[in-house]
Design a protein around this ligand. Structure first.
Ligand SMILES: Nc1nc2c(ncn2[C@@H]2O[C@H](COP(=O)(O)OP(=O)(O)OP(=O)(O)O)[C@@H](O)[C@H]2O)c(=O)[nH]1
Length: 395
């Protein structure tokens, strides 16, 4: 299934990178004489990106950088296989595309381990499979019907048709996964194919320089998300909340939200269903109005911060949120079929509907008060909300 975030980030990234290439082509005269600097810069940048990617366990990006490095060395005739590559351009373009597809399918695993060896074997197998395909495609071309339709298609069977298939798979994976690494692979594939087919005419060192920057951006953004986003709910974590606290002004309101009787819920339905409920509550919380910023504080506790808002302004928004959650019939999949979408599960009667309520404690920051103190007051207010019988907002 397509993910809205995946669609957005894929098209934004594609637009940004191809926009940069368009600008580079447009202003060619301005940088032509500085190409030697680019030629020197690209190698250290590739090395830094490889180290950075390895450090953050993004082995696929590290492999990409190593492949680019080998390619640059081969086109500069510094390695022994340069001439062979030049004579086998069809193999080169298709093998490159197959490698990007392979990297989109395998997982990020530590490079310096048994997985590193398996990656090398996969890459060699990719090269061999490409070679076999090019031979087989010649046989296919030989047995095609003599009709004009097949004769028109014939020149494209060996390279263009596989490129279109690979491009479609990469596009689909990027749109449906919301992963910057997959988007970077899609961009790499497009840049590689367009350049090899002479549709993008820029020096390779410049292309690789731009691509290395794209990888650095992808790895650092992914790492930021890893550190500041909660894995289960995708909400920012307590670490991100502490970061926000540093930039808050004098006036703000903090709310602590806790799911009622969640231990009993877990005991009744199991931890997996508890996890699904946490996700659904988090998704519902994202709809809070009034500029509320949502964080997963920990466990089944969430924090909402309303910058520049008084408690009186925040409470109606929080009460609407509380009511929305209480009235929300949550469709829960059977955890054994967690791979199925809720809609499919609904069709097959393999679902149940559950409801939860939440209690919310609110505190407005008092003059000269630190963020931790305001948070503590919100926690005390939450305690009062629980005492009052839960499913309410207390100040
Ligand atoms: N499924 C799941 N459960 C969690 C997670 N984090 C915390 N919990 C559970 O949340 C429950 C919290 O229970 P308590 O703090 O005793 O409170 P409660 O049952 O919600 O009761 P009240 O807060 O008094 O209404 C515990 O059973 C935790 O195991 C999580 O990530 N997933």
């Amino acid at each position: 299934m397509l993910k809205l975030k995946g669609v957005k980030s894929t098209f934004l990234s594609l637009g940004a990178v191809f926009g940069i290439f368009a600008l580079l082509i447009h202003f060619q005269s301005q940088w032509q004489d500085k190409l030697t600097i680019v030629n020197y810069l690209v190698y250290p940048l590739l090395a830094v990106t490889t180290l950075f990617a390895t450090q953050f366990n993004r082995s696929r990006v590290a492999i990409l950088c190593i492949l680019w490095l080998l390619y640059l060395l081969s086109i500069n005739n510094t390695v022994s296989w340069s001439n062979w590559l030049e004579a086998n351009s069809e193999w080169l373009i298709l093998c490159g595309a197959n490698l990007f597809l392979l990297l989109a399918i395998i997982k990020d695993r530590a490079l310096f381990s048994i997985h590193g060896i398996s990656r090398v074997i996969f890459i060699l197998a990719c090269g061999a499979a490409t070679y076999t395909w090019l031979n087989v495609s010649q046989d296919i071309e030989g047995v095609l019907p003599e009709t004009s339709f097949w004769q028109k298609i014939q020149p494209y069977i060996a390279v263009i048709v596989p490129l279109c298939v690979i491009g479609s798979v990469l596009l689909w994976r990027s749109l449906s996964r919301n992963s910057l690494t997959l988007t970077a692979l899609l961009i790499t594939f497009l840049v590689w194919s367009f350049s090899q087919l002479d549709m993008l005419t820029l020096p390779w060192s410049l292309i690789v320089l731009v691509m290395s920057s794209v990888y650095l951006f992808a790895v650092s953004t992914d790492s930021y998300y890893l550190a500041y986003r909660d894995d289960l709910t995708s909400l920012p974590t307590r670490r991100a909340l502490n970061q926000l606290a540093l930039s808050l002004g004098r006036k703000y309101t903090v709310a602590m939200l806790d799911i009622d009787h969640f231990k009993k819920f877990n005991d009744t339905y199991g931890h997996d269903i508890g996890d699904q409920v946490l996700k659904l509550v988090a998704a519902k919380m994202k709809s809070v109005r009034g500029g509320g910023k949502i964080y997963r504080y920990g466990g089944e506790e969430f924090t909402v911060v309303f910058p520049r808002k008084t408690a009186a302004q925040a409470i109606p928004e929080l009460d609407t949120l509380r009511a929305n959650i209480a009235n929300y019939d949550m469709v829960i999949r059977n955890p054994k079929r967690a791979d199925k979408s809720a809609r499919k599960a609904k069709k097959s009667n393999d679902y149940k509907t559950v409801n939860v309520t939440v209690s919310i404690g609110v505190a407005q920051r008092q003059p000269k008060q630190k963020f931790e103190h305001a948070l503590k007051n919100a926690d005390l207010a939450l305690y009062r909300a629980k005492k009052k019988g839960r499913n309410n907002v207390s100040e």
